[in-house]
Structures are given as C-alpha cells and as structure tokens.
Design a protein around this ligand. Sequence first.
Ligand code: HPA
Ligand code: ZN
Length: 339
Amino acid sequence: MTTDAYIAGLPKVELHLHIEGSFEPALMFDIAKRNGIALPYDSVEALQAAYNFQDLQSFLDLYYQGMNVLQTEQDYFDLTWAYLTKMAAENVQHVEIFWDPQGHTDRGVAFEVPLHGIKAALKKAEAELGISHQLIMSFLRHLSEEQGFATLEQALPHRDAFIGVGLDSSEVGNPPEKFERLFDRCRAEGFKLMAHAGEEGPPAYVRGAIDTLKVDRIDHGNHCLDDPELARRVADLGLCLTVCPQSNMRLKNCLDIRQHPIRAMLDLGIAACVNSDDPAYFGGYMNQNYQLIQDGLGLSRAEIGTLARNGITGSFASPARKAELMANLEAYEAEAPKA
Ligand code: HPA
Ligand code: ZN
C-alpha cells in the first residue's frame, strides 16, 4: 500500500477550517452570477492566478473579497455542503469549522443567514455522510474589542448552535491582550476558547493566548518553537496546536517543507494535528496536507498516527464520539497492509 493510499484511507478529523476559505473559484463564479454580482476577474483561471500570496495579509485581502458574493442561506449551504462532500470522500469523520460572522454582517447580511445555511449543511452531513461536527464563531482581530462584543450579543440567542469562539485575521499588531475582556466574557458564557497565535506573530502572542485569553486550543502556534521554554510548556500542558502545512507554505511562513515546524513539534511531544485552513485558496484539503508533510519530512506510520490521534484528542467531540473516532483509527491501523 503506498503512503498516498494509506493517508487517503486514514480516518481523519479536521479542527482548523475557515468555511469561507473553502470557497472554490468555480462555485464563487456560480454564486456571483445568480446574485447578479460582478467579480473583478474574467474567469476561474484569472481568479486562481491571483492566488499568489506574499504573506497573510495578501491572502486575507482576497479572502474577504471572495466572501462578498455570499448573500443567501442557500449560498452558505452550498458552500458548506461542497466542503463536506469532499471531506466524506477523504474519510474525514469529524470537522470543527470556523465562520467569520463579521465578514458578513459588516456588509449587511443578517447574522442568522450564514449561521442557518452553514448549520443546515452540517446537520445534513451528520445524517447522510456520518460526519460529526462542531461550529466555532471567530472574531476578526483587526476590528475592535467593542465590535467583538456587539457580535457576541448577536450570537447569544443562538448559543447552542456553536461550541466556542476563535480569533483570526491580521495577527501582527493585534495581540491577544486586545481581546482579554471579550474572552473573559466568552469563558463566563461557557464557550470553548481558541485563538490563532504564532502564525506570523511572535512567541509572546502564543503566551498571551495561553495566559491572558486562557485558550483551550491554539490555531497554528508555529512560533512557540522560537522560545524553547514556551515550547516545553505547550508540550507539558498537552495544548493542541492545529497546524496547517499547506497554508504555511502558501503564505510563506515556511519556505522549505523539509524544515516544517511540525517535525520539531512531534519531537518535543507537542500535541500538533494536521489541518487545511483555507483549502480553496491554498490548494489542498486534508489528504494533501498530510501528503505534503509526509513527502517533506518522511513521517513514519506511527507519526502519522500520532497526528491523527492528536486531532481526535484535541477536538470538542463528545467523549462517546471521541472513543468511536479512536476505535475507527485503531481498526484502520491494525488492518492496513504494512507497505
Ligand atoms: N490566519 C488568520 N486569519 C485567517 C486565516 C489564517 O490563516 N484564514 C482565514 N482567516
Ligand atoms: Zn486559520
């Protein structure tokens, strides 16, 4: 059995996926057309050619532009369903996905519209594809804490629809401390907490996410490795890092896959897992992300298994569902041909 085939068949979970980042150019053109919106590109190919990023901000500019065509519940349903059917084909059995409500409400789309469309697709996937899920509301960190509080107020009537909150968008210059009061409130409301930290920002931002925001999980976390004492602490805490290899390459946060930080994380015993972040923009869903680090780092099957286990353990699935996901993984490992 080739490693490609082994990875393709491996039961997987995804914990770091921005649903707006799964918006494939062909679907974007379809939805723009039905909503009577003109995209500033002539063709799918011209749009894809623009996906040539220098850093996080150059990606975010196109990411916000792309989501502008989403307007109706049906649009959000179609977006989410397209992602989930792909994940079923890759044997992804549990997903925890972010949405950015402020990216929609700020241009006049009611808070409920994305929420209802996304949730309907997630429920359909649970029933028809056997994919369990959690939904996470992410605050845009380039906006103010006050705007975050206003978004939280809009969200609270729907609190049962999502398990926690995240923090994304432009990292450098928007440290975790900017959102201390908002996260205190979210914690008091009983939400799980996570934050993007150490993607482009320094180790101090990872420390801020842990000590000030008191997160349950860190998205990316790569730069914790720049501070050995912090890296040791992340390992000792068993804090899950949702690492995104293809994203790191495409945003030039990693220049050589043979030097990708997930190698050091595994060696330090940090609970890293593999995720796709914004696959339509970065050119790879779950299988390709595993494949990329496998090719670059020559992972053993035991290491691939550790990454898959870290995803299950770090998830917010129920204990019963975690046990089921773990049993599926163990059965696969026991049965897959060795070579
Ligand atoms: N980083 C920060 N914000 C984001 C990302 C990311 O990779 N994707 C979507 N919003
Ligand atoms: Zn992300």
